[in-house]
Design a protein around this ligand. Structure first.
Ligand code: PLP
Length: 408
């Protein structure tokens, strides 16, 4: 008899986006004349940079000639891309990362989801609340949690991110082995200062723990004082893995390219306490289960590091950041407290009521769709997330409508 992985039965169905869709459909049916403006979902709206498109076309042409055709590439990615990443994203910022510590993949969703499988089933895992749900669900699937009760899984150490701690969790009271951090954060838009990140690195070193640092939104950081990479912190190479994605950086959500940095100094331990290389484990896992990102996509990704590519990426990120600034200022003008919206495409707004009630208010009175914060975890209750990924015109129209609806 073929039996299922019982841990899957503990997973909570994610009703968040289907519930949103249902409410939007009901509103649309009742108000067919209103054009609903969607500022809910975290997907980019601007095209791929021109430099990427040109590189993509050139690579596709190469695939059309026997002389330049490429079949299977290295599973970890082509050296031309890994070298550019190490140089531009890390070495240029004084962070020590070598090209062979970079693993190219088709997404940070897969990488953050898969990484936990290198570790024992009975380790203690620390996960932020609110959170990008992949970290949590993949640990549930792997059997590292008990049952779900009152909004939380037993066996997980939740790192509460609240207005009181500025949405940057404090160190846990109980010892943990695997720690997920995400900055700039989805959904709160919060960033972490160097001294706070250093506390986490020091904690991991003291406890022989490992930090999985999701920096998918790094490109939005504009404040000079903020760390772009965890490897800007002394000692992080021994205790941290960093995830980056081209999805938001360069509009690759539909094209798919990301990478994970696993320093060779990074260790995990056998049951007998023997030090083992996390790099070697991930190399084994990646080369066994993954067959590489397509050649044209890697060439398109490489193009973001050219002079033109860099300026085209910057122009697009400036555009989204300007949207974020307008949303933040409009909501603050209406008397709402906001986090994020600076160094981040997300604005996390204290709705002064339940998340779904505020969602309904914005939908029914302004025809604007946001994301209820409670959908990201119990600490998100009372908040909504507004995303800056839309056209300037739609953002301005949405904010005008909200101002009118909320009586400014
Ligand atoms: N990590 C975070 C925090 C995200 O918000 C997202 C996407 O929304 C991802 C990872 C997924 O990235 P990718 O498109 O590279 O799979």
């Amino acid at each position: 008899m073929i039996r299922i992985n019982e841990h899957y039965r503990k997973l909570q169905s994610s009703y968040l986006f289907s519930d949103i869709a249902k409410r939007v459909a009901a509103f649309q049916q009742a108000h067919p004349e209103t054009e609903v403006i969607k500022l809910g979902i975290g997907d980019v709206t601007r095209s791929l940079p021109e430099a990427c498109i040109e590189a993509f076309h050139r690579a596709v042409d190469e695939m059309g000639e026997d002389a330049t055709f490429r079949g299977y590439g290295p599973e970890q990615g082509y050296p031309f891309l890994r070298e550019k990443i190490a140089e531009f994203d890390f070495q240029a910022r004084g962070a020590e990362v070598a090209a062979d510590e970079v693993f190219i993949s088709d997404g940070t969703k897969c990488d953050t989801g898969n990484f936990q499988e290198l570790f024992a089933a009975d380790i203690r895992v620390a996960i932020p609340d609110p959170v990008y749900p992949v970290y949590l669900d993949t640990n549930v699937m792997a059997g590292r949690t008990g049952a779900f009760s009152q909004g939380r899984y037993k066996g997980i150490t939740y790192l509460s991110s609240t207005a009181e701690n500025g949405f940057v969790p404090t160190l846990p009271d109980e010892p943990v082995d695997l720690i997920y951090l995400c900055f700039p954060n989805n959904p709160t838009g919060a960033t972490i200062a160097k001294d706070r990140l250093k506390e986490w690195v020091d904690y991991a070193r003291d406890h022989r723990a490992l930090i999985l640092f999701d920096a998918a939104y790094e490109i939005f950081i504009r404040d000079d004082g903020l760390p772009h990479s965890i490897y800007e912190i002394d000692g992080a190479r021994e205790v941290a893995v960093e995830f980056r994605s081209l999805s938001k950086t360069a509009g690759f959500t539909g094209t798919r390219c990301a990478y994970t940095v696993v320093p060779k100094d990074c260790s995990a331990y056998t049951a007998d306490g023997e030090k083992t290389s996390v790099h070697a484990l991930w190399h084994r896992r990646h080369t066994t289960k993954f067959n590489g990102v397509s050649y044209p996509v890697q060439r398109a990704a490489e193009a973001i590091y050219s002079a033109e590519g860099r300026s085209q990426v910057r122009e697009r990120i400036d555009y989204y950041l300007a949207n974020a600034g307008r949303i933040r200022e409009a909501m603050r003008g209406l008397g709402y407290t906001c986090a994020g919206g600076k160094n981040s495409p997300y604005i996390w707004i204290d709705g002064k009521t339940e998340s779904w009630a505020f969602f309904d208010l914005l939908l029914n009175r302004a025809g604007v769709v946001c994301t209820p914060g409670v959908g990201f975890g119990p600490c998100g209750e009372g908040f909504i997330r507004i995303s800056a990924f839309n056209s300037r015109e739609n953002v301005d129209r949405a904010m005008e409508r909200i101002k009118e609806a909320l009586g400014a």
